[in-house]
Each structure stands twice: as C-alpha cells, then as structure tokens.
Design a protein around this ligand. Sequence first.
Ligand SMILES: *Cc1c(COP(=O)(O)O)cnc(C)c1O
Length: 424
Amino acid sequence: MRIETKCVQGGYNPGNGEPRQIPIVQSTTFKYSTSEDMGKLFDLEASGYFYSRLQNPTCDTVAARICALEGGTAAMLTSSGQAANFFAVFNIASNGDHVVASSAIYGGTYNLFAVTMKRMGVDFTFVSPDATEDELRAAFKPNTKALFGETIANPALTVLDIERFAKIAHENNVPLIIDNTFATPINCRPFEWGADIVTHSTTKYMDGHGSAVGGCIVDSGKFDWKAAGKFDCLCTPDESYHGVNYYERFGMEGAYITKATAQLMRDFGCTQSPQSAFLLGLGLESLHVRMERHCQNAMAVAQFLSSHPNVTWVRYPSLKGDKYYDLAEKYMPKGTCGVVSFGVKGGRAAAEKFMKNMKLGAIETHVADARTCCLHPASATHRQMNDAELVAAGVSPDLIRYSCGIESAEDLIDDLRQALDTIN
Ligand SMILES: *Cc1c(COP(=O)(O)O)cnc(C)c1O
C-alpha cells in the first residue's frame, strides 16, 4: 500500500460482516473463561486484552495505522504528546543516565527534560540543531542512552539534519528518537533516514481537527539493543514483570514497545481513551489530503508575507532563501508543515495591534489544526518575559506564529493583509 492508502485503510482489515469503521471498544476490561487463560496474558505468553490501562483494541488498531505510516514494527498510543516523549526517553534512560537533545524543541518537551526528568535523575545536554558532527560527539558521555530532536522544531521551525544526528547516535551505540509531529509521516519518515524511534503529539495534524489530545510512539525495529551493550533494561529479566526478558521474547521488532507498555503504561497509566483513538483514526483518514493543503496555504501565506512592507522577516523552511531550505528540500521535498512565523514592523506593540485585528486567524495556543490559528508568544505564552529574555529564548517580541488551516488561501491572505495594513 502507498502512504495515501495506508492513511485510509492501514491497520484495520475487517473480516466478513465486520464493522467497516474501527469499532470503539469502550470497555475497561475483558472477560475470560478460566484463570489459566488470563494468567497466560499476564505472563505475556499469549496475546489478548485484559485491562484497558495496558492495551485496548481501538487504541491498538489506530496505533497500527500510525505504525504503517511511519514504516515501523510496533507502536503504542499515549494520552498526549508529552506522555509519548516522556515514555520514549524514560523507557531506556533512568536515574543516573544521560541524554543528548536538540535545544530547538517544543517548550513542553524542554521543560519535561530540563526540569522534571532532571529531578528524576536523568541528566540532559542540549545541543544546537545545527551542531556539527564533532559538536554532537563532544556532548556524549559513557552513560548517554539516547539522542533526541524534532524533524521541524515547534515553534523555531528549524529542520534537523536527521542523517547527521543518526550517524553520531549510532557511533555511540544509542538510538535516535525523533519527534515527527510537525512534518507527519506524509512529509517525512525519519526511519528512512536512520532514526530508530519516532514520537508524535497526535493532538496536532494527525487528529487535525482540534478534537482529541493524544500521542504515539513508533519503533523502527532496527536498533539492536543487545549489540549496543548498554540497555540491560531491555536485555535482562524484568523482575517486576514475571522475569520477562523483552529482547529475547519479542526481538528487536517488539522489545521496546512491549517494555513501554508492560512497565510504563502499567505504572504511569497515560492511556489514550478509545473514544479519542477513534477520533484520531478519523483524522488519519484525511491526513494526506490535509497536509498537502496545509503546505500549499502556508507557502502562499509565506510568499505574501515576504512581500508585505509591514513584515520585517518570514521564516518558513519550504520558502526559497530560508536558512533551512536545503535541508527541507532533502528531507521533505513534498512540503514541510502549515506553520509560518514572521515579525511585524513596530515590534511588540505593533504585533499586539495586528493580533487584535485578525478575523479568520483565531488566537489560540494550539497549532496544526484544520482552522487557522495564530499566537503572539510575547503577549501570551511568554508574557512573563521582558524583551531581552524573549530574545534569549529565541522568541523575538515581534514574532507571530501563524498556523495555516485548510481554508482558502485567498481568504487567509485577505485577512492578513487587512490586519497588517492597520499597524501603519
Ligand atoms: C504539542 C507538541 C508536543 C506535546 O504534545 P501534547 O499532545 O500537547 O501533550 C510535543 N511535541 C511537539 C513537537 C508538539 O508540537
């Protein structure tokens, strides 16, 4: 199946007389005839469902669709993108371990790593997304367990050189974990460039309609945890789970996701509800169609903004002349994403005026929705910072993040034009 077909039909192949649409299995638990039958499930000796905190058929079907889209071997849904990134890292790095991460990542992920996981004893070193091979190498330590980055960073819109990051990760016998939320597998499949684990905030383009918060983790099945020699957590018996050795029992293809389900889902319980998974599955059916339109609209908007006298700068990786244009062409020749950022003449005050005059673009903290939304971080998410602090955080006081929906590009441009014209 090609990727467009996988969006619509991947992961679910109903038999004769079965529901055409993915059934919502809204049940916490599952019934068995004998205790022995259930015991086999607990020992991971038979596959089947027993409690929806660990696994649920609706969630598994939708995870299988995302797994197919990314070209992985195993996948799981989580309650949010935050939970996905937490599980993806914590599954292989715990107290006393170290992780190298790109500094151009989603603010929530940065805080999770630099503050909360640090409190749990996992140490992080942040590197520039543009780091050279030698700069990347220098960040590694003997206890480093993973390298982490975002395909297209939210909100910085930097593009990661995935091949370079994969090369240095593998030289150091650790996996490369890529948050592929903004590109989606329609525009980039990080496994094809050497990444080992992919995460998503499905809240964004995958759901696409602003209806359900969720996350997903996908394993490429290509990282050899045993040969790497530093992942006892996957290659020795788990005494908390009946002594199972995930690597021996489930192989390279299944060890990582099985451990994340059996240990982390069991203990933290960050499950996605079957209802949310169903909405996510619906969103995925049109992901390929929507991404194309998101990218067309963003390109039209970026070109319009570049020529407007009240716009001082525009950042969009698919726009010729952008710092990341070449990397975007290499990794995402079909398009990058629907998010454009730009600065307005007149700084913070002009940006606030512009925001007040936007009519179609709604003010939201959300991005990557079918409806256009925009945010002026200096007066919203980052309002506690002064101008100097904003610049240090890579968010200039005039920056506007504009997430193009799938409406008419002409309407978006008309709206932008009238709002920009008012700030003179
Ligand atoms: C939104 C986002 C997250 C966090 O996801 P939630 O679903 O909001 O928890 C993680 N990574 C990226 C790139 C995001 O855009």
